[in-house]
Design a protein around this ligand. Sequence first.
Ligand code: B4P
Length: 190
Amino acid sequence: MNLILFGPPGSGKGTQAKRLVDERGMVQLSTGDMLRAAIASGSEIGLRTKDIIARGDLVPDEIVIALIEERLPEAEAAGGAIFDGFPRTVAQAEALDAMLARRGAKIDTVVRLLVDDEALLRRITGRFEEQGRPDDNPESFKTRLGAYNAQTAPLLPYYEAQGKIRSVDGMGSPDEVSKAIRESLETVAA
Ligand code: B4P
């Protein structure tokens, strides 16, 4: 199964993706994690994207599409992927569909995590205090939320038209959200 975890910054995508990996043995493909690893290693991609990410803007489509394409064989070998933080634009979604189609695969479902803006800000502020991630400061968070509303939310009609969205209440504890995701996935054919 190929699944997208969809939601605004702080909605719990990364948290829930890791839990799904433990439960289902799929591969987590998080473009955020890949970009942070590139920054930590000082690679060319890291150098090109460091300031963009710290500001809270989206990095160019071609960079994240290439990062995902590189990891697709691994996902195929594992029997499926959890896309976490990708796609974030319609161009990325179209590229993903094309890359999967070339491998005889497709996106099976999109799990949309519903969390209100106040809770998002609370979570991101909490992580900033705990981990000091540079893009978790309140100013960058505002930019990230703006990017989500302007560039990522338009993906909803794209996947709605394909009947693939399953909306899940993301306001509860991580355990409660995991349970709701598990229930919503029971109806998806593997
Ligand atoms: P990401 O790493 O994807 O950042 P994110 O949207 O904040 O998600 P994250 O997984 O970190 O947070 P989560 O919701 O799990 O991207 C970072 C940046 O990279 C982007 O801003 C962009 O610049 C760039 N980028 C990445 N992908 C890109 C793409 N495809 N195209 C262009 N640019 C891209 O959780 C946040 C916090 O909430 C955590 O502290 C967690 O502990 C807490 N939390 C989670 N679930 C909770 C719950 N149920 N209750 C309470 N707290 C909870």
